[in-house]
Ligand binder design. Structure first.
Ligand SMILES: [Zn+2]
Length: 300
């Protein structure tokens, strides 16, 4: 079964004609999400269905590549491409405010991640997948200082050192784009099969994966000079170092599992579309980090 990468409407397997017609129809109705998607992923001057179908097929085509490499490629194009994502750009020469914007919005993302990973574990009986997800999930869930480091513990320390303590953070609310994205991830977790639920969450860690460089990204999610900058607090460096430590990098391994099980349940196309829907949600969440940073800047 193939699926609209914007609204998840379903079509028979490999029915790219049907999918193309639907996306073009939605664009003609001036739907901003379908129109925006076309601009980002399949830019063309005119969206005549017969011309658009081969382009859409080419976007999804896996001939000569693997699902895992395709995901890396689509992700890198979107966030690390010719026009890097504003969050990635801001992190190249960061001000203090972006670390707060990052930390505060990401805190709420991580809370949703715990739920989404729990759904994967609950929905599958594959022990290798359950153990893999548990390894990622447990440190974030048990962030009480007894279970070693986690993204959440280091994030809380970082925000505290930058002037937002845990109470203030926990009692704040994420910005609307993050709320919107969290709702999407939660609804995917509730409604889709477990492999698609994985496809909505595990590949998002490509953002922090040191593997992006060997897969063709020219930038990393923070600038080369950040770790040498004396004004940047140690808590920030510790947080970034933990996120980008190959020892904590589960992105590639997650993609390999996804690839294996997407084939096994014969849902590669559904996985591709859910992945694309999810990285668009990540895009909005990352914009919220930048917006939040600007709010802190104007306050200081
Ligand atoms: Zn649609």
């Amino acid at each position: 079964m193939t699926k609209c990468p914007i609204c998840a409407m379903t079509f028979p397997k490999s029915d790219y004609d049907g999918l193309a017609k639907h996306i073009v129809q939605m664009k003609e109705k001036n739907d901003p999400f379908h129109s925006g998607w076309l601009r980002d992923y399949v830019p063309m001057d005119n969206y005549d269905v017969p011309d658009f179908v081969p382009k859409l097929k080419a976007f999804y085509n896996l001939t000569g590549t693997t699902l895992s490499d395709w995901m890396f490629k689509v992700f890198i194009n979107k966030f690390y491409g010719v026009k890097p994502h504003p969050f990635v750009e801001t992190m190249q020469r960061p001000k203090k405010s972006i670390f707060l914007g990052f930390g505060v919005e990401y805190y709420f993302f991580l809370k949703e991640k715990i739920r989404t990973l729990s759904y994967v574990i609950a929905k599958t009986d594959k022990e290798d997948v359950q153990k893999f997800e548990a390894k990622i999930l447990l440190p974030e869930l048990l962030n009480d200082g007894t279970s070693g480091k986690s993204r959440t513990t280091l994030l809380l320390k970082m925000c505290d050192s930058l002037g937002v303590n845990k109470d203030a953070l926990v009692s704040s609310a994420p910005l609307p784009p993050t709320i919107h994205s969290i709702k999407l991830w939660n609804s995917i977790a509730e409604t889709e099969n477990w492999v698609e639920v994985m496809a909505s969450i595990n590949p998002l860690d490509i953002l922090y994966s040191p593997a992006v460089k060997k897969k063709g990204a020219k930038l990393f999610f923070y600038g080369d000079s950040v770790m040498e900058n004396e004004w940047i607090p140690e808590t920030v460096k510790e947080f970034l170092a933990y996120l980008s430590d190959p020892a904590n990098d589960y992105a590639e391994a997650g993609l390999k599992l996804l690839e294996q099980y997407a084939k096994e349940i014969d849902d590669v196309e559904g996985v591709q579309s859910t992945f694309v829907r999810s990285i668009d949600a990540l895009d909005r969440h990352l914009i919220a980090r930048v917006t939040r940073a600007k709010q802190y800047e104007s306050k200081s």
